[in-house]
Design a protein around this ligand. Sequence first.
Ligand code: UDP
Length: 240
Amino acid sequence: MAKKNPCKRRILLKLSGEALSKDGSRGVAPKALNDIAKEIAHLHKSTGCQLAIVIGGGNIWRGLRDGGGVIDRVNSDSMGMLATVINAIALQSALEENGCPTRVQTSINIYQLAEPFVRRKTLRHLEKGRIVIFAGGTGNPYFTTDSAAALRASEINADVLFKATQVDGVYDSDPRKNPKAKRIKKITFKEAIAKNLQFMDTAALALCMENNVSIQLFDLHKKGNIKRAVCGEDIGTLIY
Ligand code: UDP
């Protein structure tokens, strides 16, 4: 049987909110937003892959980090989920500026701003070549958008989950503390969970493992990396 063209896959891309901000500062920076939108638009047009994106909200609000002991965890997490909606609308605008048809689907209902998440509709959008941006995380407090990415990737039967992040892969120890830390090219889910490597929360890893969705983690800031990953190049770390 002919091997499936690696570029013609159904992909779930997890972008942390920081992808839309400037050098780790808060908020949405139009230049950073446009740079990432350009890269995604180019990859979508040139590969014809089906693309869904889960966007985080950490550039605006993170429940656990930002409540400051004043806002209780559940409300603080609600604020984090709303932050992902702000980012999703920003990303939608930027992708459309770059010529990509998109839909935003949310796990919390905000009818005036976006569609609710309905799996069958998502699949239809993907088949029609629209990029679907998932916002609102899982819709539940105490979770992260990594878990939302694992959940949506499983639900839409994605071939792979790409986690574009601040580091260029998973290391055997913290490279900031240990100059001899080695990048791991490939690791099984079981090993990653047992070693508690902390590049993704355990709930997300377990869900991907159960549903056979492999994860590839790579550096978001290296230009062209998203396309390299989509086209099957050996970058970052593969968790399988
Ligand atoms: N969040 C939540 N439930 C979810 C997803 C996210 O409560 O299912 C909240 C949580 O407070 C989290 C914030 O939204 O800190 C932003 O998401 P995340 O930290 O995952 O964003 P990222 O780090 O990817 O930018």
